[in-house]
Each structure stands twice: as C-alpha cells, then as structure tokens.
Ligand binder design. Structure first.
Ligand code: LMR
Length: 331
C-alpha cells in the first residue's frame, strides 16, 4: 500500500522537473537608449538570434530607455542578478571601480572605427574584461556607437566659447577633466534625465553621438551642434557572472554564437546609424550645424591633449601607452 504514495510523489516530482525544464531561461537585458539606435537594434538582434537558436529554451526580455534601471542603478542590479545582461557605455565603469575603462574617453584618442577595433579586439580590450571577474561580472563583447558631437544653445567654435557653460557628462573622471580643460562646468547626470535638464536649463549643453542626440530629440532643446568628433562612445556587453557560468553548456555556447553575430551586426550598422541620425537632425532645421575650421580643430586639440597626461595616474600610463602603440596615436 505504501507504494502508491511513493509512486504519486515520484510522478509529481517528475512532472515538476519536466515543467521546470519546459520553462524557458529568462534573460533580462536592460539598457538606457532608444530602440532606434545602434545598441537598441543590436539588443533586439541578440534577442531574435538567441530565441531562434535555442528553439525557445531562452527568452530574452529587452528593456530599453531606462525602463527597468537607469544609469547609476543598472550595474548594481546586474551584480545582484536582478538583470542578466547590460550594455553600458565604456564611460560608466569608473563607479564600479574599474577606472581603466575610461581610456576610451580620452579626447581624440581614436581617429576611426578601425583604430578603435585594434583596441577592443586587442590586449587592452581583453585586459579590461579580465578586470570585471572580481566584480561578479563577465564581459561578452564590445559594441560600437560613434564619435561625439558637442551641443549647446550658443555656437561652440573655440574653447573660449565654453567658458562657464554647464555641460552634462557621463560618470567619467576623464570627461570631467575634458570639460574643465575647455573651461566648462561638468555635470554628471543619468542619460534619462538629459532632455529635461536641457529643456529647463539645468545644463546648457552636452556631448553624444548623433544617434543619441537625434533619438532623444535633443534638437528640440539645443540650437547649435558642433561636428567635433572629439571623443567616442561605445559599449561593453556584460553579464552576471554566476548566471552566465551557471547556464547549461550547450545553451551558453549557442548564446555566445548569437552574441558574436549580434556584435558583428552592431558594429556593421553603427556608423550608418549615426550618419542617418545626423541627416535627420538636419532635416528638422531646428539645430544649426557648425563645422570646425582646421585652425579651430587645432585649438580644441591643444586645449584637450593635456587631459591624457592628467589622467595617466587614474587610468594607468601603461594602458594609455599600449593604446597609443596599438592605434599609432601620436600625442
Ligand atoms: C550617455 O549616457 O550619454 C550614453 O552613455 C548613453 C548610451 O548608452 O549611449
């Protein structure tokens, strides 16, 4: 007689495990930008590939526009396992204690995407990811965005034009030093708060690649945009280490393949997305474009190059020198 309860218990346990196995693995992927951006589109591409290739054993929930977590919250949420994937800007790793990532923020350090890839695909790119392990994070890929423009409600042609302006930056000490070198007052602020801060005058201007400037409708609250290409914004796609290493091996291999292809897609579309965004901003007729003369560009470089030396102790002189060597950069 005692055999029946045992059989029942066994049957229940079996159906529970089958049900559990049937449950897809959920990956929450949170980010702060719009969908219609290089990162927004690449996140959707990863979702599509991951779900297709795992035949539904994985479900990727993408939360754009800081819907789930905004800047300053998302890293902790990842470390706690409240989300499984993020793709923060390389300028946002300082607060996590990995200040070496700020090498990507140094003004004019990259002349092209090709230069940048020598670093992200090279020794420095790998070394930076290795530093994330002790934070409970694993680095999966580097996704491109683009070169920054500078905007304000007055024309920014020379460093003198920046004097006393309050300019929004990401949470990077290098960007703080950059704005101070131009004579401006840097103000760290979450991306989701920038539009309103520009609208209300809490800040006078900011810097970002055209894809963010356009999709955040900053042209509605910024009369001038300088095509300065003075710095770069890109991303590190990162996962919660415990979650990622705890995945079934076959699933992880499939997801790594999906991430590889989504990364190729992200980096293939980045420049185009920014060129298209610039053209769309132009079409609005709401923001006047300023192209720097060679003399003006030389003035910006002269004002900004000392930031490299100033940040050596923070980032590490060896890291900066390695990037110079990998890119052929002449300070
Ligand atoms: C910013 O905060 O300006 C950017 O990092 C946003 C983003 O993720 O592109």
């Amino acid at each position: 007689m005692r055999i029946i309860p045992a059989l029942l218990a066994g049957a229940v346990a079996l159906s529970l495990s089958i049900a559990a196995q049937a449950q897809p693995i959920i990956i929450k992927f949170s980010h702060v930008v719009a969908v219609d951006t290089p990162k927004g589109k690449a996140a959707e591409r990863f979702k599509q590939l991951a779900e297709e290739r795992t035949k539904g054993r994985v479900k990727v929930e993408v939360y754009p526009n800081s819907q789930l977590y905004k800047d300053g919250e998302e890293m902790e949420a990842l470390q706690l396992g409240s989300v499984q994937l993020l793709a923060p800007s390389l300028a946002k790793f300082g607060p996590l204690g990995v200040r070496e990532f700020e090498v990507f923020d140094l003004p004019y350090i990259f002349d092209s995407y090709a230069d940048l890839h020598k670093v992200t695909d090279g020794a420095v790119g790998k070394m930076l990811f290795d530093k994330l392990g002790s934070k409970g994070i694993v680095g999966l890929a580097y996704w491109d965005n683009g070169f920054k423009v500078m905007s304000a409600n007055k024309p920014l042609r020379t460093p003198a034009d920046f004097k006393g302006l309050k300019l929004r930056i990401q949470s990077s000490k290098v960007l703080e030093a950059q704005m101070r070198a131009l004579g401006a007052i840097p103000q760290v602020m979450a991306f989701s708060e920038v539009y309103q801060a520009l609208q209300t005058g809490v800040v006078d201007g900011t810097e970002n690649p055209p894809s963010n400037f356009y999709t955040q409708k900053m042209f509605e609250v910024q009369k001038y945009l300088t095509l300065s290409d003075h710095g770069y914004i890109g991303y590190a796609v990162i996962a919660n280490k415990k979650f990622w290493s705890g995945l079934p091996a076959d699933i992880r291999a499939t997801l790594e393949g999906a991430m590889k292809d989504a990364t190729k897609y992200a980096n293939d579309i980045a420049k185009d997305e920014n060129d298209k965004a610039l053209a769309e901003v132009k079409k609005t007729g709401k923001t006047e474009f300023i192209t720097l003369t060679p003399e003006q560009k030389a003035e910006w470089k002269k004002a900004l190059m000392p930031v490299h030396r100033e940040m050596e102790s923070r980032i590490g002189k060896d890291i900066i020198q390695t990037v110079y060597k990998e890119t052929g950069f002449k300070p």
